[in-house]
Ligand binder design. Structure first.
Ligand SMILES: Cc1cc2nc3c(=O)[nH]c(=O)nc-3n(C[C@H](O)[C@H](O)[C@H](O)COP(=O)(O)O)c2cc1C
Length: 305
């Protein structure tokens, strides 16, 4: 027994940014098994060793702790669904996810950025998990960005870099600031819009936005990017933000999320963004929009299940 609060400890461990893997093997009946793991680490180049830590709570724990072969699939950006399937789906996980078999018939997941076929090298008992060290027999690697995981959420480095990408356009950087379940908007003659800054350079956008809001007496905590798009002349980025309190004389309207879709906005892309925000605020499952002012894609940043 320990006096540490395990929930808090889990959150502290979770602040370490990792990639996401799916570890696969077969049980004694030759049924394929797999689970999502971010406890993966490389260990040694010579001999080639890696490790992961299966929990003793896993339905597949016995198979992993005793079997000779397994495979590690490092998931690529966009494979959140694969991760969620192998973390929580109770049916046939492999029926949902295209895969091939390696020389030992261990499942290799299509689209993974790296796949390691391994032989178990050592199993160390470690509290409620074990540390399983494998020797890499063969591996494949593709040059594409891996899926990231931190603080219980997925992130995509490629997308984040795209967000940070700068060119010579004008830049508008705004914030969807939530205070007590309401969103702060400013009203101009054309309609409502989120508070924003406009600059010619594109460096330090977040810092400049933060400072501009500070100057208005609003101390915000800026979070994930929510919408990033370009039109012919301007690069727009909107960031999720929270503020704990507002000065009495602040220039903004605090609008309840469910009323956002009833307002008139300054531009159609902002109207579309606020409409999407109103819907996503119900489940708090906010996605990132990347595109131009007419069309683009949303990328889920789902919570860990
Ligand atoms: C991103 C992520 C990382 C995870 N990492 C681990 C891990 O390293 N070790 C582990 O035992 N479980 C880990 N889990 C939880 C297991 O994936 C989950 O409990 C498991 O798939 C449940 O399988 P079961 O229903 O067959 O027991 C992780 C889950 C997620 C979403």
């Amino acid at each position: 027994m320990t006096h540490l609060d395990t929930r808090v400890l889990r959150n502290a461990f979770g602040s370490f940014m990792t990639g996401v893997t799916v570890i696969t093997t077969r049980d004694a009946n030759d049924t394929p098994l797999g689970f999502t793991a971010n406890s993966f680490s490389s260990v040694s180049l010579d001999p080639p060793l890696l490790l992961f830590c299966p929990g003793k709570f896993l339905s597949s724990y016995k198979a992993f702790a005793t079997f000779e072969h397994f495979a590690v699939n490092v998931l690529a950006e966009g494979q959140e669904d694969v991760s969620n399937t192998f973390a929580s789906y109770n049916g046939d996980r492999f029926a949902r996810v295209p895969h091939q078999l390696d020389a030992n018939a261990m499942p290799l997941i299509d689209g993974a950025t790296a796949q390691f076929s391994c032989t178990t090298h050592d199993v160390l008992d470690a509290g409620d998990h074990c540390v399983l060290i494998g020797r890499v027999d063969t591996f494949q690697h593709q040059d594409k960005a891996g899926l990231g995981y931190a603080g219980g959420k997925y992130f995509s480095l490629g997308l984040e870099r795209q967000v940070a990408d700068t060119a010579d356009k004008q830049a508008v950087c705004g914030a969807l600031i939530e205070v007590d379940g309401k969103i702060l908007l400013e009203q101009v003659s054309e309609g409502f819009q989120p508070p924003h800054i406009r600059t010619t350079g594109r460096s330090n956008l977040r810092k400049t936005l933060h400072q501009a809001l500070d100057d208005k007496g609003i101390s915000v905590s800026l979070g994930a990017a929510y919408s990033v798009f370009d039109d012919a002349t301007t690069h727009y980025s909107y960031i999720l933000a929270t503020a704990s309190k507002l000065p009495q004389d602040n220039p903004f309207f605090a609008v309840p999320a469910q009323e956002l879709s009833t307002l008139t906005y300054t531009t159609q892309p902002i109207a579309d963004m606020m409409q999407r925000y109103a819907v996503e605020a119900e489940t708090r499952d906010f996605a990132l929009y990347l595109g131009d002012d007419r069309q683009g894609e949303t990328h889920a940043l789902s919570e860990r299940s």
